[in-house]
Write a protein that binds this ligand. Structure first.
Ligand SMILES: Cc1ncc(COP(=O)(O)O)c(C=O)c1O
Length: 390
């Protein structure tokens, strides 16, 4: 696809002409490209009946495109239906019966990451927590709890709840220093800025298509560092984890030598078509352009919040936040509804209103968000409560 200017990129999302869409942290907007790709799947089904060779070829194309997006090789990537499946596949390949049986997590994890590892307690895992300090989770917080008994450190890059961005390279270095694996959850960051997974130094990474990668639900990716792939044998498996799934053997349990060994059942073909179109579109505008737009808009919203005295859950340091800004609200679900009535689509978690930007957002979206927030200002928590209605 030819290079797209940010304006041409934005024009691919019909929703953006009707609404101020600032909820990509939950679901990316639908583009005409993804719409057309998913219809192409239906056409292939309707025209050819069961073109499985073509469909499996589409999974391989997606694997390759995603790998190049994050600076990995295609054989280090498993294409999966959800991030949870990827985390479970790795957890199932680890054992928790020696002295190294601890799983240390930060308090900013997405529930699924925490829950999969909590479930490993049945298999002998012990859980430890890295606690935030003043709303931040620096490598030093992990340093206090990661030790020679730690097997794996699952760590979210950008927190879905407050937008905090962890220094993952720092956490990964610390883990390796102490002999532990670092497992990155990049779901809230992938697609918002350029990425080199090798430079981060993590051992595993999961992310998914439906947010900043602009795809539908039902596609996620697991990266496994090359050296680890053949050392890990998941007990969560299925025929797509075999050397040749189409050998249809019920006697042999051979393992793909690539990260495909962490896949299990029939791939989710309609979603794969959509996810490919999302990645192609993102590639056409470029992650540098997305990063620049997101940085400008988050700086603008944080500056407005600072001037208006609105309490944010998101760090003020631009290096420690992602594409998500979270403002404290007296009633966040009601505020989301009120903003919706004003044409602004946002979301909330706990008492936080979540405003997230993508490369398709503009200064005019930011202006519309600020105007709507000023109109609903009574529902925002202010620095000095006495001045709330001044
Ligand atoms: C940080 C993070 N991890 C994981 C997920 C979802 O994982 P799954 O694909 O298993 O639903 C989300 C979705 O909101 C998320 O924000």
């Amino acid at each position: 696809m030819a290079v797209l200017t940010p304006a041409a990129f934005r024009a691919r999302f019909p929703l953006l002409a009707r609404r101020t869409y600032v909820n990509s942290c939950s679901q990316g907007a639908l583009s005409t490209d993804v719409d057309a790709a998913m219809r192409r799947f239906l056409d292939s089904w309707n025209d050819e009946g069961s073109p499985w060779e073509t469909w499996v070829g589409e999974v391989e194309r997606l694997r390759t495109t995603f790998a190049s997006l994050i600076g990995a090789d295609a054989d280090e990537i498993a294409v999966l239906p959800s991030a949870s499946t990827g985390i479970n596949a790795i957890a199932s390949a680890l054992t928790f019966d020696g002295t190294r049986r601890r799983v240390v997590m930060g308090r900013f994890e997405f529930p699924t990451m925490a829950q999969v590892w909590l479930a490993q307690r049945e298999r002998g895992a012990e859980i430890g927590w890295a606690d935030p300090v003043d709303g931040m989770l620096p490598p030093e917080s992990y340093g206090k709890v990661v030790d020679e008994r730690t097997l794996v450190v699952p760590a979210t890059h950008v927190c879905f709840r407050n937008g905090h961005k962890t220094d993952i390279a720092g956490v990964a270095a610390l883990c390796h220093d102490r002999g532990a694996y670092c497992f990155l959850d990049d779901y809230q960051r992938t697609g918002t800025e350029p990425m080199d997974v090798r430079a981060l130094g993590v051992d595993f990474m999961v992310t998914g298509a439906l947010k900043y990668l602009l795809g539908p639900s039902g596609v996620a990716f697991l990266y496994v560092r090359r050296e680890l792939i053949e050392r890990l044998v998941p007990t969560m498996t299925g025929w797509f984890g075999r050397v040749n799934p189409f050998a249809f053997s019920i006697d042999d349990l051979d393992w793909s030598s690539s990260a495909r060994r962490f896949e299990s059942g029939t791939p989710m073909i309609p979603n794969v078509y959509g996810a490919q179109a999302g990645l192609d579109l993102l590639g056409a505008v470029g992650l540098d352009a997305v990063e620049q737009t997101v940085a400008e808009l988050t700086v603008g919203l944080m500056a407005w919040a600072g001037d208006a005295g609105v309490v944010t859950a998101t760090p003020t340091d631009p290096a420690r936040r992602g594409a998500l800004v979270v403002l404290r609200s007296t009633d966040a679900p009601a505020l989301v509804t009120r903003l919706g009535a004003r044409g602004v689509i946002a979301s909330c978690r706990d008492d936080g209103l979540r405003i997230s930007f993508h490369g398709y957002n503009t200064q005019s979206d930011l202006d519309a968000v600020i105007a709507a927030l000023e109109a609903e200002s009574a529902m925002l928590v202010k620095e000095k409560l006495g001045e709330l209605h001044a």
